[in-house]
Ligand binder design. Structure first.
Ligand SMILES: Cc1ncc(C[n+]2csc(CCOP(=O)(O)OP(=O)(O)O)c2C)c(N)n1
Length: 492
């Protein structure tokens, strides 16, 4: 929830839990935020300072357990450190490469009074000074190199959203006539049907996006990690192109691939400066040809669409596309993890809204709580969460939280009776020897909706799906939709 809130509000999301099991329950949420660089301050209760380490009731060494997933953590020993630590925690979470910060507070510290409360105005940490402004010499080098490129491409990642640089990137793209592809976290930086945008790259990406990336002579990797899902063989990427890697985290640059030009800093700051340089008019013609070539790939390299019996099932790709066309321009769409996520990445057409998903960790059960946080941050926007029947059951207890706080979101469960993505893997890799992927026990969703006093809609054919979408657009209530899809359908 805090993560969904942070992504939509652009502020730090905060969550607080009790000691021991409360704290350990939070670990997956913390790790999910860490993998996607989401700014959080997570406050955990801790047992009495004097008892720490003696295995008392509800004790867990949470700073130790979460060590590798937090940007920083504190165990507060002195109540008078609270103002400074909170100031620092919010600063660390929300600057540089954003991420979760943990504050563990023993009960005795919570019960004491601060002798003289004063909340610091400034943070002064000698060891933490992220680079925001990009190096002027490097920026000039980037501009020079881009000006020479005939087949340049930009690959945008989640860092563009995190630095609120969508406007600056779109301006740069238009001024310089450069095509764009994205990672999963970079979806939405460009509108899905923008003529400069060619889709998501990677093993679950669009063939034309991968081809565009491969055939470019210059790649600007912006706010992306060059992670395994996006670039299969990073070691080969510089074989035929100049690589410019722009990221706020210096540790990302050179981690997976050595760039020709590294540039550390905040993307918004950097592109504001880059956009101030004059454009190279004479190359624009050649770049238009490059874009024409990519458009040819786009129309020729059509993805496989298995034939679905639309009298019996809903075609999820068709459904997602129709849904996204019906949604308001600024709608927030959240995909869970699994086949539903891959379908959503390809077929949800973002315009001015946002697309949220758990990219780095791929945490099932992400979408319902993230929908809560997104709706809390943007109460006037339509929020839709799409998930599989497996993930639904991992977070369905949060229906109660949605109802308690009156968060009217639309939840869409693709019911295929399987942990679909893993079934698909077992289909390809294990010759259909299915093991622990059948969901015989999915509860009746109409009954679940009734139990939580929610509206329920169902579709198991194309005709019903069209009606469902229409009804969904005409309601502001909290809705649980069951969309029956072919159990044997494939992600791609
Ligand atoms: C918490 C968690 N457990 C396990 C996995 C591994 N996993 C990835 S996709 C998937 C199946 C998802 O099934 P479902 O939610 O029904 O969605 P579908 O693939 O059918 O759309 C699993 C088990 C995961 N990503 N997260």
């Amino acid at each position: 929830m805090a993560s969904g809130y942070a992504r939509i509000s652009g502020k730090v999301g905060v969550c607080a839990v009790t000691s021991g099991p409360g704290a350990t329950n939070l670990i997956t949420g913390i790790a999910t935020a860490y993998a996607d660089s989401i700014p959080l301050v997570c406050i955990t209760g801790q047992v009495n300072s004097e008892l720490i380490g003696s295995d008392v009731f509800q004790e867990a060494d949470i700073t130790g357990a979460a060590e590798s997933f937090v940007k920083y953590s504190y165990l507060i020993r002195d109540v008078n450190d609270i103002p400074r630590i909170f100031k620092e925690a919010f600063h660390i979470a929300s600057t540089g490469r954003k991420g979760p910060v943990l504050i563990d507070i023993p009960i005795d510290v919570q019960q004491q009074m601060i002798s003289k409360f004063s909340y610091p105005e400034k943070v002064n940490m000698r060891t933490y000074k992220p680079t925001i402004e990009g190096n002027a010499v490097q920026i000039k080098k980037v501009v020079k190199e881009v000006a020479k490129a005939k087949r340049p491409i930009i690959c945008v990642g989640g860092g563009v959203h995190l630095s609120d640089a969508v406007h600056e990137i779109r301006k740069f793209v238009k001024n310089n006539c450069i095509p764009v592809v994205s990672t999963m976290m970079g979806i939405g930086v460009m509108a899905a049907e923008d003529p400069y945008y060619f889709g998501m790259v990677g093993n679950n990406g669009r063939p034309c996006a991968n081809r565009a990336l491969n055939e470019s002579d210059l790649l600007l990797m912006v706010g992306a990690r060059v992670a395994d899902r996006a670039v299969n063989r990073p070691d080969l990427i510089t074989e035929n192109k100049v690589l410019i890697h722009i990221d706020v985290d210096p540790a990302e640059i050179g981690k997976n691939v050595g760039p020709t030009i590294p540039l550390v800093g905040d993307i918004k700051h950097i592109f504001k400066k880059i956009n101030d340089f004059e454009d190279e008019e004479d190359l624009i013609h050649e770049r238009k040809e490059w874009i024409n070539t990519l458009n040819k790939y786009k129309s020729e390299m059509l993805e496989k669409r298995p034939v679905i019996d639309t009298e019996k099932y809903v075609d999820p790709k068709d459904f997602i596309e129709s849904l996204s066309r019906a949604l308001p321009n600024d709608a927030i769409y959240i995909a869970d993890v699994g086949q539903n996520q891959i379908w959503s990445c390809r077929w949800h057409l973002v315009r001015e809204g946002r697309f949220l998903t758990s990219g780095g960790m791929g945490t099932m059960g992400y979408s319902i709580p993230a929908a809560f946080g997104a709706k809390y941050a943007a109460p006037k926007k339509k929020v839709v969460a799409v998930m599989g029947d497996g993930a639904f059951q991992m977070s369905m207890m949060e229906l109660s939280t949605l109802r308690q706080y009156g968060m009217n979101v639309s939840l869409i469960v693709f019911n295929n009776g399987y942990l679909g993505m893993v079934r698909e893997y077992q289909h390809y890799a294990l010759n259909d020897r299915y093991n622990m992927v059948v969901l015989h026990n999915t509860p009746k969703l109409d009954k679940i909706a009734e139990a939580y006093d929610m509206k329920y809609l169902r579709a198991s054919s194309k005709a019903e799906a069209d009606k469902l979408i229409e009804e969904l657009m005409n309601t502001d209530e909290c809705v649980l939709c069951e969309v029956v899809v072919d159990p044997m359908d494939l992600a791609k």
